[in-house]
Every structure is written in structure tokens, then in C-alpha cells.
Write a protein that binds this ligand. Structure first.
Ligand SMILES: [Zn+2]
Length: 357
């Protein structure tokens, strides 16, 4: 059946769309699908993290506008549509104990407010598939955790005619995927770098991943020819991303050869999956999606959408016995920000605060 396929990628900050699943989105655009990136916040609390641009007065005067311009350029490179959900960046709380989150920020907004905003966008764009982050946010940044919470709440509400009745006609997307980095990918790239006598930037990351249960990432989308598009989009976020930094240390050719896919976790599906799969639209292409997504989904007694598949979150790991899930360990956070966010540089020695002082 030839019909327009629509994918919605929900992200926390401008630049996340270019560092998480970007090659997949570019691939689907190239195949004729419509892709909408939603940025929940404006990234207002980001610092200038590319040291080459520090001290640039015209950027410092209005960083928020610069980041909007960067986002527009990245969207153009990826070929995606883009919309702002309009909430305010929570920033990354640092210190021990952690300081309270700033008043009015995204992570402190009531979920019914943020979910209604996203439901409105879903009912307007009418995606068949949504991508977001896992329940840890991929890593424990408050905006990323909230992005997960809001995405799941909106997925469950969008097809319910009694939920947010003023936010558009009900529309039920059929699946939610979590973006992420599979342990397989990180391990394979790490080993390939070492085998070629190159310094792997993933040493610490590989070790941390080995200590954690693997997530159910059974969906591998081949998109190697779009890795360069992903990198171009990431470089468009010039204030956030050092063009010589962490993200660009593994040669493109090696990435394409060793791990030519982006990997996804099918979080919820209303259609029966068949693993392993290589397509976010698997099982949907032969359905009349205009009809299917307008049908109110079956719900259980708690009002939850009845899904034929839900992934199982891995059990918390507490190797050091301090009662805190290691995936949420605060001293891990800064390292993981570096690796998963690109909001910090690789060795953490050049945070913008230190440079400013
Ligand atoms: Zn982010």
C-alpha cells in the first residue's frame, strides 16, 4: 500500500535530534516519509561548549536565538520538519547535594500540561510511530527523563477522545521506540578502534555498559549512508558541539563498516513485532493507517492502552550497594552527559565554567 508514512522524534533539547537517531530520521526522509522533530525545550540553559566560539560577543548576546538558528539549520540538513514544544530548559543540576531545579523549568511542569502540548502536536502531525528516550532518559538528565514521561503520557492520551478534547481530533500512533546506544555498537566500535591502533574514546563507556543489563534493542535500522548527514547536522549546532570533539573521533568509514545501523528499543507496539527487525515502520506498511490510527485503541481497566508488545526495563543495578540505581549515580552523570549528550566535552577538563574563570 502506498501511503505517506509519518515519524515523530521527541527530544529534550536542540542538538539531541542530531546526536540520537539522526541518521535514521534522515534515511526515512530520503525514502519519502514525513519526519517531525519536536524539541521539548529551547535549550536556554546550555552554555557555549565549543571552545572555539567562546568569547564571541555576538553569540553571547543572544545565545537563545543562536540556538534557534542552529536548530533550523540542522533540521534543514536532516530534511525534517521541526517544532518547539515551548518549555524551558531545566539545565543540568550539578553538585552534592544537587541544587533544586529552577522554577518554571520543563522538568517541574505538571505532566498534564506538558502532555497536552505534545498531544496537540501529535493530533496535528498524525505520526504512525513516535521515538523518545527510555525511562532513565537514556541517562539521568531531568529534561530527558521528563521527555520520556511526556512522550509516554501523550502516546496513551492522543487516541483517547475524552483526553484533552480541545487539543484536536484523536489520533493513535501505533508504536513507540526508544533511541539509545546498544552495548553491541559501543563494544564493536571500541574494539575496532583498538584493532586499528587508534585511541578509542569509549573505554569508560564500554566498562560501564558491561556492568549493566542490556536493554532490548532488537531493531537495527541500516542507515550508514546517512552517518555523514548526521554529522553535518550535529556540526550545525556549533555552539554545543566541538567539531574536533568526542562525537567525531571515530572515522566515519570505520563506523559504516563495523556498525552500519542505528539501534532502537521497541517500547510499545499495537502491532505484533517480529524480531529482529530493521524498520521502524515494520508491520505498519500494509495497514490502512488513516483508518487504523483513527480507531480508539482497546484499554484495560486502568485505562492503559492494550499493547501487543512492551519492552521490559532492565532491573536496577546497585553494584556498590549504596541503594541508588547505578544508572542514576550522580558521579556517573557528568561522564554520561559527555558521551550521550554532547553537552560536555570528552574529558570533562574544559567545562565552560572552568574556562570562564
Ligand atoms: Zn539533551
Amino acid at each position: 500500500m502506498s501511503q505517506e508514512l509519518r515519524l515523530m522524534a521527541v527530544h529534550a533539547h536542540p542538538d539531541d535530534e542530531s546526536s540520537k537517531g539522526a541518521a535514521t530520521t534522515a534515511k526515512y526522509v530520503a525514502e519519502g516519509a514525513s519526519v517531525m522533530v519536536v524539541s521539548c525545550t529551547g535549550g536556554e540553559r546550555g552554555d557555549i561548549l565549543n571552545e572555539k566560539l567562546l568569547g564571541n560577543a555576538s553569540i553571547e548576546r543572544d545565545l537563545a536565538q543562536v540556538r534557534r538558528d542552529e536548530m533550523a539549520r540542522a533540521a534543514e540538513i536532516l530534511g525534517v520538519q521541526h517544532t518547539w514544544l515551548g518549555f524551558v530548559d531545566s539545565g543540568l543540576p550539578e553538585g552534592d547535594p544537587l541544587p533544586p531545579l529552577p522554577e518554571g523549568c520543563f522538568a517541574l511542569e505538571p505532566v498534564h500540561v506538558t502532555a497536552e502540548a505534545l498531544v496537540r502536536v501529535i493530533r496535528e502531525f498524525r505520526p504512525h510511530v513516535i521515538t523518545t528516550y527510555d525511562e532513565n532518559g537514556g541517562y539521568p538528565h531531568p529534561d530527558h527523563i521528563m521527555t520520556h514521561t511526556v512522550s509516554m503520557a501523550a502516546f496513551h492520551a492522543a487516541g483517547d477522545p475524552t483526553a484533552f478534547p480541545h487539543a484536536g481530533e484523536p489520533w493513535q500512533p501505533q508504536k513507540v521506540y526508544y533511541s539509545g546506544w546498544s552495548a553491541k555498537r559501543i563494544g564493536a566500535l571500541h574494539e575496532a578502534m583498538e584493532a586499528e591502533g587508534l585511541e578509542s574514546p569509549y573505554q569508560d563507556w564500554v566498562e560501564r555498559m558491561r556492568q549493566r543489563p542490556e536493554r532490548e534493542m532488537f531493531t537495527a535500522v541500516p542507515c550508514a549512508e546517512f552517518f555523514s548527514v548526521r554529522d553535518d547536522a550535529l556540526r550545525a549546532h556549533a555552539t554545543q558541539v566541538d567539531p574536533d570533539g568526542f562525537w567525531f573521533q571515530i572515522p566515519l568509514e570505520l563506523q559504516q563498516r563495523v556498525h552500519p545501523t542505528e539501534d532502537w528499543e521497541l517500547a510499545v507496539s499495537l502491532v505484533e513485532p517480529s524480531f529482529p527487525e530493521d524498520d521502524l515502520f515494520a508491520g505498519l506498511r500494509d495497514l490502512d493507517l488513516e483508518v487504523v490510527c483513527r480507531q480508539a485503541p482497546e484499554r484495560d481497566t486502568d485505562g492503559e492502552v492494550v499493547a501487543v508488545h512492551r519492552s521490559t526495563p532492565p532491573p536496577p543495578v546497585d553494584a556498590d550497594g549504596d541503594g541508588v540505581d547505578d544508572a542514576r549515580q550522580t558521579d556517573d552523570v557528568e561522564d554520561e552527559i559527555t558521551e550521550l549528550e554532547g553537552h560536555r566535552d570528552a574529558d570533562g577538563e574544559h567545562s565552560s565554567d572552568e574556562q570562564a574563570s
